[in-house]
Design a protein. Sequence first.
Lengths: 113, 116
Amino acid sequence: GAGVSQSPSNKVTEKGKDVELRCDPISGHTALYWYRQRLGQGLEFLIYFQGNSAPDKSGLPSDRFSAERTGESVSTLTIQRTQQEDSAVYLCASSIRVGEKLFFGSGTQLSVL
Amino acid sequence: AQSVTQLGSHVSVSEGALVLLRCNYSSSVPPYLFWYVQYPNQGLQLLLKYTSAATLVKGINGFEAEFKKSETSFHLTKPSAHMSDAAEYFCAVSFAGGTSYGKLTFGQGTILTVHP
């Protein structure tokens, strides 16, 4: 596609359930990033991928969070046993290579009730 | 650890007035610095970036930023504000080399309001 695509755009879930968020980067972009933006706050780094490997996953808040990328394309961010504090907009971005301009998706608004 | 501080969560200017959005960073090594903008109902997009070439960087839509090492600052300016500049602006920093090269650390954001 022409841009970074994220799905779903909105997700409402109950506390304790698992959720999967998907990101389709721009074709040919080797680097992929996940950020979280809580209401009224800045962007919080979660993890980035160079190809299919994650050199820096220092931003993942807890072991309930995991992410993978396959085929140097699609990435999935999984949150297990969701908590209310996980409610946020989860943003994905890609760049042609690490250090280059990021192109952001529209985000997934996650609401944990 | 790298960090970015944006001074002022909200800035309000009149149309035609100077825009100044402040950003200071903390780093022990030379940084790469960026300004991103988020217009209402749109995704984040890059305004400009500094990567150790010229200290004065020009971006899109008439914006520019100057890297001042002595002040650890990268303030964003535009000589004359336009109504269409109303948006949220984010300063960000990363560092060359190492596994954290791809980690872009963002500031808290500054909402710019432009009034007639």
